[in-house]
Write a protein that binds this ligand. Structure first.
Ligand code: NAP
Length: 249
């Protein structure tokens, strides 16, 4: 019987895993993307795009496609999909692995204030610089809607105007990879005095934090939301070993 793996993706780690497992004998690999980006970087191999329709829709899909194992490699802040996956897999008795890049940890030169939510971040931000690099997702911008006296630098993969949008902002369209030198230049060019971001983890996204430490800038860092309990690894290679162990079982 052919084993079938569903990778819940939208991240570099998910694409790495699809790449590592491509061509594995006796294994069908399907990568799933939410479809948020108009021009996504598609991972290698078979892909499907779009939501499943909640936990029950995902369970229907897993049954219909005879999926035998699932890797949840969604972004650390894409938590809804992770909870749906945990419940659907538990209901069907399917093995589920969480693949996520390790969270960043503040070093001695970092000036972070860690928060659980954007509500917690706003009053802190009001006491900081008026020129802010707001490194958050498009769908989170509404949390900052009341800060009309601030100027924001936004950066997204695509150029489309944000909606909702802050009163005053500049938008840079760039997918990276980013370097500390490049980020330093960007922060200086826009006279940025503070950064707001999420603890996404990863080396490319860390470049802005290295630059912030160099320039002694304060950072408001949002902690990751809670995830379901379960088996978790930090790299595509470890996830591939988990898959291979199941194939041999
Ligand atoms: P989310 O809040 O966890 O998910 C919202 C809904 O989007 C889910 O309930 C699901 O719809 C659908 N969805 C999410 N990931 C999916 C996937 N891999 N395949 C199929 N459907 C998916 O996620 P989000 O924050 O909107 O992020 C959407 C996607 O973008 C994720 O795949 C994530 O890995 C990627 N991404 C997110 C961020 C971020 O900052 N949140 C950053 C980089 C990449 P149904 O309930 O209809 O199944």
């Amino acid at each position: 019987m052919t084993a079938s793996l569903l990778i819940l993706g939208g991240t570099a780690e998910a694409a790495d895993l699809a790449r590592v497992l491509a061509g594995t004998r006796g294994l069908r690999v399907v990568s799933s993307l939410a479809g948020r980006t108009a021009t996504p970087r598609l991972p290698p191999g078979e892909c499907r795009v779009g939501g499943f329709g909640g936990e029950s829709g995902l369970a229907d899909y897993l049954r219909r496609e005879a999926v035998t194992m699932v890797v949840d490699a969604t972004h650390p802040f894409a938590d809804r999909m992770g909870w749906n996956a945990a419940r659907a897999c538990a209901g069907l008795g399917l093995p589920l692995l969480r693949l996520q890049r390790p969270a960043w940890v503040a070093g001695p030169k970092d000036r972070w204030t860690e928060v659980e939510s954007w509500d917690e971040a706003i009053p802190i931000l009001r006491r900081m610089s008026r020129r802010v690099f707001l490194a958050v997702g498009r769908q989170e911008l509404d949390a900052f809607a009341g800060l009309d006296d601030r100027w924001f630098l936004l950066r997204f993969a695509e150029e489309a105007a944000p909606n909702p949008a802050p009163a005053r902002f500049a938008l840079v369209a760039d997918r990276g990879p980013f370097t500390p030198e490049g980020e330093r230049d960007l922060l200086l060019a826009h006279d940025i005095g503070a950064i707001v971001c999420r603890n996404s983890g990863g080396t490319a996204a860390h470049a802005k934090l290295a630059a912030a430490a160099q320039l002694n800038l304060p950072v408001i860092m949002r902690r990751r939301p809670p995830r379901p309990e379960g088996l978790s690894v930090g790299s595509a290679e470890e996830a591939a070993r988990w898959v291979e162990t199941l194939l041999l079982a």
